[in-house]
Design a protein around this ligand. Structure first.
Ligand code: PXP
Length: 240
């Protein structure tokens, strides 16, 4: 078998926690369950506005979870300083705009290659494996290869939003073939779910998938029944 790694993104456990400002649900507990359930790594995005993952979550992920951390970060000095403290196994550089709901498109490597090269060099010097989150676009893939990063992650959002359009899948395929030829390891992420993941996982060159929002959302439906049953039994048992 040609193995494929699964990185579980736990950002939205933190989104739910932050909705009440307390300590649960705890994203680190989610990371433990991810490990027990077959995840190969944990992905977390420390956003500039800290809307989901907080600095302390990164500290705990590094210190309490025995799985490689894929630290998603914007190309900023602040994030570089944080990465230098925690030295994550992998660092995935993503574009970040404060107003966006999620990471809406890929990084512009062509337009900011000098700046990305400096950030890449620093991340490589602390031992993190660097990837760039980009669209399946020839110019962006070529620019990533020229920069010398070992990995790219292809943004699957257009494919996911198109409800599995064969044309969008074809773009991912073409991008992955080109990137592989250029010596880049290929990951894919964003918007993957039960309906669209198999077509991507079938692509033999894909080494890793990073999946978050759907898994956390789906956990509500596969787990909600159990949590209601447990509450039912707790309140009933004191009424005997
Ligand atoms: N990979 C990267 C680089 C991301 O930024 C994200 C989150 O936007 C994901 C994977 C996971 O995407 P999703 O939460 O849609 O599964």
């Amino acid at each position: 078998m040609n193995p494929i790694r699964l990185g579980v993104n736990i950002d939205h456990v933190a989104t739910l926690r932050n909705a009440r400002g307390g300590s649960f649900p705890d994203p680190i507990e989610a990371a433990k369950i991810a490990k027990e359930s077959g995840a190969d790594g944990i992905t977390a995005h420390l956003r500039e506005d800290r809307r989901h993952i907080h600095d302390d979550d990164i500290y705990r992920l590094v210190n309490e979870i025995d799985l490689p951390l894929n630290f998603e970060m914007a190309a900023t000095k602040e994030m570089l300083d944080i990465a230098s403290i925690y030295k994550p196994h992998a660092a995935c550089i993503v574009p970040e705009k404060r107003q966006e709901i999620t990471t809406e498109g890929g990084l512009d490597v062509v337009g900011q290659s000098d700046r990305l090269r400096r950030i890449y060099d620093e991340l490589a010097s602390i031992g993190s494996r660097v990837s760039l989150f980009i669209e399946a676009d020839e110019a962006q893939i070529t620019a990533a290869a020229e920069l010398g990063v070992p990995v790219i992650e292809i943004h699957a959002g257009a494919y996911a939003n198109s409800e599995n359009s064969p044309a969008e899948l074809e773009k991912i395929k073409t991008g992955i073939k080109l990137a592989t030829k250029m010596g880049l390891e290929c990951h894919v992420g964003h918007g993957l779910n039960y309906r669209n993941v198999e077509k991507v996982a079938e692509l033999r060159e894909v080494a890793e998938l990073n999946i978050g929002h759907f898994l956390i959302a789906e956990a509500l439906f596969s787990g909600l029944g159990n949590s209601i049953k447990r509450m039912r039994s707790l309140i009933d048992n004191v009424r005997v």
